[in-house]
Design a binder for this molecule. Structure first.
Ligand SMILES: *[C@@H]1O[C@H](CO)[C@@H](O)[C@H](O)[C@H]1NC(C)=O
Ligand SMILES: *[C@@H]1O[C@H](CO)[C@@H](O)[C@H](O)[C@H]1NC(C)=O
Ligand SMILES: *[C@@H]1O[C@H](CO)[C@@H](O)[C@H](O)[C@H]1NC(C)=O
Ligand SMILES: *[C@@H]1O[C@H](CO)[C@@H](O)[C@H](O)[C@H]1NC(C)=O
Ligand SMILES: [Zn+2]
Length: 436
């Protein structure tokens, strides 16, 4: 019965679409994507966060979000904005490097280096621009590069000396973004904050400092909601709040035996180039003829160090295929560092999980979503913006249920008022049928 009405209706809808082409942008709400770097999934559970709690009531909250491996800032942010695994998009590390010159560039120095970011996979800013949307990036990683020669229409890149935790500046940034939406009619803006990552690294995740910065973030989210109301954007702006990875406490001497590669290998003899500057992850380029010896020396060196040849790296990480990945890869078990800081670990570990929240006219209220991979945010954003996605590794099926039930009908029926009475009745019948 339901199917019957639908097959009857389908040609009418198709017909409608062809005689009244859906006029681009006006049908879609605006979208703001905010990332708070290094916000572990449960950071709001041991501290008062009234604003985040309220948003969970007024929107969508996922139990947690799984970032891609390697759980680092630039690689993970680029997966969110492109919907592609890291081995596809090629931003495989926070640091840009050159194995010939042995140069390494820090996270902030890479921000305008197109050659690090533009590897053939288009981020959503560019795809959306090509389809007539106006897009901007405020400090979001990768927003300062060009892609196939095209820059993001409006892009602010963090300066080297940018302070991470100035609350006044955080609010100013929100005001600026609101004006982009209202005064300049931007459709899609990405906004990035360097906290709580900075505090997590400096003091550790289980500290009062971390709880204090989470309260600052919560106040900022409260300010955001006020600003949205003040700018009359409540019914026109969808907001996604997410992050790139979690954080774990680093285990130190004398409690554990730390992983020091120099205890097992002679760098000068066997390693041409290394990148072990970041936490629980490292890569080595052996000197010619040294690959096997290096691998054997490290393979069983430390009970909490996992060492692989590139071609044997587990597929579930979707990481190792890219040509930039060096021949020997290693990652440490939770909390163990390979000469450095405290994320970059296996993305199955709970401490690496992060947050996903969303609210706005197209999102359900008081909806608790099951955990999902951050790769699926991309098709959701495309859907919200009415943008045809590039090939990607996500699936809209994972996130579709977060949208209000009428979402699709709403768009298809943007010409509701131009329909005949008979047409309206027919569609009403179909809707009833569908929900039965
Ligand atoms: C914080 O930011 C505000 C606004 O940009 C600025 O006026 C103030 O000097 C900053 N405070 C510090 C401690 O840097
Ligand atoms: C060693 O472990 C104890 C007990 O968990 C902890 O209090 C201490 O801070 C640890 N020491 C270091 C250096 O991590
Ligand atoms: C490794 O080589 C560098 C530069 O060639 C040198 O300064 C350093 O002392 C060497 N280290 C060892 C352990 O031989
Ligand atoms: C990810 O998507 C790209 C583009 O469609 C495809 O080529 C690639 O095989 C996908 N990766 C996986 C692991 O499915
Ligand atoms: Zn990060």
């Amino acid at each position: 019965m339901g199917l019957g009405v639908f097959s009857l209706l389908l040609p009418i809808l198709v017909g409608l679409a062809s005689c009244h082409p859906i006029p681009g942008r006006k049908n879609f709400n605006k979208l703001l994507l905010i990332s708070f770097d290094g916000f572990r999934w449960n950071y709001d559970q041991d501290v008062d966060t009234p604003n985040m709690d309220r948003l969970a009531q007024e929107g969508v909250k996922a139990k947690y979000l799984t970032p891609p491996f390697v759980t680092m800032t630039s690689p993970s942010h680029f997966t969110t904005i492109s919907g592609r695994w890291i081995e596809d998009h090629g931003v495989i590390h926070n640091m840009m490097f050159n194995t010939e010159t042995r140069w390494k560039y820090s996270f902030k120095t890479t921000q305008k280096k197109t050659e690090w970011w533009d590897n053939g996979v288009l981020p959503l800013w560019i795809t959306a621009q090509r389809q007539g949307r106006k897009t901007a990036s405020f400090h979001y990683p990768g927003g300062g590069a060009k892609y196939k020669g095209e820059a993001v229409q409006r892009s602010l890149v963090e300066s080297y000396t940018h302070p991470d935790s100035n609350e006044t500046e955080w609010r100013e940034n929100i005001d600026i973004v609101m004006n982009w939406f209202t005064k300049e009619d931007f459709d899609f803006v990405t906004l990035y904050y360097g906290e709580p990552d900075n505090v997590g690294h400096k003091f550790g995740p289980e500290t009062e400092n971390r709880r204090v910065i989470i309260q600052q973030i919560d106040r900022t989210i409260g300010y955001l909601v006020e600003a949205i109301e003040r700018h009359s954007l409540t019914n026109h702006l969808n907001v996604i709040i997410t992050s790139d990875h979690g954080m774990t406490t680093v285990k130190k001497k004398p409690n554990v035996t730390e992983i020091l590669l120099i205890d097992y290998i002679k760098f000068n003899d066997s390693v041409k180039f290394d990148i072990v500057d970041y936490g629980g992850f490292g890569m080595l380029l052996p000197k010619p003829g040294q690959e096997e010896a290096l691998y054997q020396a490290l393979k069983n060196a430390h009970p909490h160090l996992n060492v692989y040849k590139k071609e044997e790296f587990p597929e579930r990480f979707h990481f190792a295929k890219h040509k930039r990945v060096l021949p020997i890869l290693m990652y440490a078990d939770s909390g163990y560092n390979i000469n450095g800081v405290n994320h970059g670990f296996d993305n199955v570990l709970m401490d690496m999980k992060t947050i996903f929240r969303a609210f706005g006219p197209d999102f359900k209220k008081n909806h608790l979503a099951e955990p999902f991979d951050s790769i699926h945010i991309y098709p959701l954003m495309c859907k919200l913006l009415g943008v045809t996605p590039e090939p990607h590794n996500g699936s809209l099926a994972v996130t579709q249920e977060m949208l209000v039930d009428s979402y699709d009908q709403h768009l298809t029926l943007s010409h509701w008022f131009s329909l005949s009475t008979a047409g309206r009745e027919l569609i009403k019948t179909a809707k009833v049928d569908q929900s039965a």
